[in-house]
Design a binder for this molecule. Structure first.
Ligand code: ZN
Length: 297
């Protein structure tokens, strides 16, 4: 599908990070809810791009079969996903990337096209490694500042290619200038307000709205939630008031009525590579030096 920005029609890319419940427990009960989500997406003809932690490929989880059978784009989301201890944009995450990639190859029988780092923490070394491993695209950059982890607030907000590399970057969209286009935040504001906020950001993103979600944003597990620190637990509890799968369903219904299209990241990467001249390039130094200068200003 061609995403024709000249017609001003925005495209919504629904991405799901498939990982331990609430990102930081050692529970995986919410994986059982994946078929329910896949069934709804299929009925709505909304493509899915799923980034899956490497350990799930090794563990032979049913979730992998469900995703492949549903025809989802499947990429790699690190290996262990130890979110609480994942370093910063200046750390190398070599083992996470290499082991997750090898696990994908063994289970799926081909090379992965797309990568998303746990917690959006990606470094220059990581990007060089992804290029060496022949990834087609990275989707780790959230163009915001997350203190103590990363500052990509000056990174391009539309897809670009990393300088001197074949690697595309497909940055996560924004809900507001400081909040990513993610289900965690949509759950706080609800579909009505959230849809309008997403629409306001889409022009600066050249018509793309890459949206990030997790099973724990759509479904609930009391047992896993009890293991979280109080602040995080409160944030997820607050999101349950307006949020969950019903919120996503209302958003998609509103988008369809408003003329949005729905696409997948593998298809977007193919499209950008067919028209390579149209993709701007950006180097790590330009993106980061400016961000660092701003942070210290
Ligand atoms: Zn994650």
């Amino acid at each position: 599908m061609r995403c024709d920005r000249s017609e001003g029609l925005p495209t919504f890319y629904f991405t799901l990070d498939v990982e331990p419940d609430y990102a930081r427990t050692n529970r995986h009960a919410l994986l059982d809810r994946l078929p329910e989500l896949l069934s709804w997406l299929r009925g709505e003809a909304v493509p899915l791009t799923a980034f899956v932690v490497g350990r799930y490929f090794e563990e032979g989880r049913d979730a992998i079969d469900h995703l492949l059978d549903a025809g989802a784009d499947v990429g790699v989301h690190g290996h262990w996903h130890r979110a609480a201890d994942f370093g910063t944009m200046y750390s190398a995450h070599t083992e996470e990337i290499e082991r997750g990639t090898a696990a994908f190859r063994r289970r799926v029988g081909r090379a992965p096209k797309g990568y998303r780092s746990p917690s959006g923490v990606i470094s220059r070394d990581d990007l060089a490694l992804l290029a060496r491993l022949n990834y087609c695209y990275d989707a780790s950059v959230f163009p915001v500042r997350r203190p103590g982890r990363y500052d990509f607030s000056r990174a391009p907000r539309a897809p670009f290619r990393w300088k001197d590399s074949q690697l595309l970057e497909l940055p996560c969209g924004l809900l507001t200038r400081r909040l990513p286009a993610g289900m965690t935040f949509l759950n706080w504001v609800g579909a009505g307000w959230g849809g309008r906020l997403l629409a306001r950001q889409v022009v600066a993103q050249r018509g793309h709205q890459i949206f990030d979600a997790h099973l724990h944003n759509l479904f609930h597990s009391s047992a896993a939630l009890r293991e979280l620190p109080l602040g995080l637990r409160g944030a997820y509890e607050a999101g349950r008031v307006f949020g969950g799968l019903k919120c996503l369903q209302a958003l998609v219904a509103w988008m369809r009525k408003s003329g949005w299209r729905f696409g997948s990241l593998d298809a977007l990467a193919d499209e950008l590579n067919r028209d390579a001249g149209a993709v701007p390039t950006a180097g790590w130094d330009e993106v980061i030096v400016r961000a660092t200068a701003r942070a210290s200003a």
